[in-house]
Design a protein around this ligand. Structure first.
Ligand code: OGA
Ligand code: NI
Length: 351
């Protein structure tokens, strides 16, 4: 091992034992080829041919089958995204160097997790993470880091664009599901940002960047800077999400799975590490407002009174009972411990 006292926690020749997951969690078959089964959807305007436009059809299909897709031609400028990636890189670099600026982690809703924070049963994840609330932007922005100096300006510009993109995607989802336009309008906000830094790891077969989970969001929009490592569970197998420069990865969160009455799937995903690549990602969680009641959309449910039920046995295939009970989003978050150890802090920051 290197003796350099300035070395960062990951600059090692072997994986320290606190980062080695029990066998059942360790990733396997890491050398299998990248499987490009995650649909890549162009949002460029396309003519509607009797029915939905092509992106709507593709989003509908991907959300039903896998719950993950990538979008290209999304209209967000490369500069907005590169600026955000650069300022976050600077932020993480500063955490490593300067102990006096170790964020202001106790401001409302702020969470900086370095690699020594426990993830599961005392094992550490191979990553650093920084999360904070984003909504309402004008109230949150001054609680964000003021170093790097451009942090607030650059990240606010990024969030504004992500909000527009998410509105657009949710409108297409409304159309695809046959929900009235604006169904999500007042209840979907980019509530918080979670950025990740996954450094190279001496032995990826022993470690994980993020444990398998589903997102407690409506949708999550992730930028992964053309890097690999994200994997999605598909038919019982982990498949890789391909590295596509300038694309955003969109996944269906479990709140949209509920609203769609399980027509859409919220897929389990995780991040594996790499010996040579540094992965940086920005996840933005588009969530319902805390007081919003989440339940299957009324016009996706078709239930009959029990007395009518018998008479309609021949209609049984058309019945679509609600598969989930209504719950306020904030109760859901609390009861399901949606953000693990960070749940209470995040909950306090949600508006
Ligand atoms: C998440 C997540 C994946 C990534 O933050 O929920 O799944 O690539 N992130 O960072
Ligand atoms: Ni996730």
């Amino acid at each position: 091992m290197k003796e350099d006292k300035d070395a960062r926690w990951f600059e090692l020749e072997c994986v320290p034992k606190e980062y080695i997951f029990p066998k059942e969690y360790r990733p396997q078959n890491l050398d299998s080829p990248v499987c490009d089964s995650i649909p890549v959807i162009s949002l460029a305007k396309s003519k509607a041919e009797n029915g939905h436009s092509q992106p709507v059809e593709e989003i509908l299909k991907a959300s039903q089958e896998l719950g993950f897709f990538q979008v290209i031609n999304h209209g967000i400028s490369e500069k907005t995204v590169t600026d955000a990636m650069n300022v976050l890189k600077e932020f993480f670099d500063m955490q490593a160097k300067d102990t006096t600026t170790k964020t202001a982690p106790h401001k409302k809703g702020y969470i900086y997790t370095n690699s020594t924070d426990f993830a599961k049963d005392g094992v550490h994840l191979w990553r650093e993470n920084f999360k904070h609330p984003c909504h309402p932007l004008e109230e949150c922005i001054h609680l964000w880091p003021d170093t790097p100096t451009r942090y607030q300006e650059v990240i606010a510009a990024y969030i504004v664009e992500i909000q527009k993109l998410s509105t657009r995607i949710l409108e297409m989802i409304c159309e695809g599901l046959g929900l009235e336009q604006g169904y999500f309008k007042d209840t979907s906000e980019v509530q918080f940002l979670s950025s990740n830094f996954y450094p190279p790891c001496p032995d990826p077969s022993l470690t994980l960047g993020i444990l398998p989970h589903v997102d407690p969001s409506l949708i999550t929009i992730l930028y992964q800077g053309g890097s690999t490592g994200l994997q999605v569970m598909k038919d019982g197998q982990w498949v890789n999400v391909g590295a596509i420069p300038n694309a955003f990865v969109v996944n269906i969160g479990n709140q949209l799975e509920i609203i769609s009455n399980w027509k859409f799937k919220s897929a389990k995903h995780r991040v594996v590490t790499s010996t040579h690549q540094t992965r940086r990602s920005i996840a933005t969680f588009v969530n319902p407002s805390p007081n919003c009641i989440i339940e299957p959309a009324k016009n996706l449910v078709n239930e009959l009174e029990p007395t009518l039920y018998k008479a309609s046995q021949n209609l049984v295939n058309e019945l679509e009972p609600a598969l989930y009970k209504p719950s306020q989003y904030k109760d859901y978050v609390l009861h399901s411990n949606a953000f693990g150890d960070d749940t209470a802090t995040i909950q306090n920051g949600l508006r």
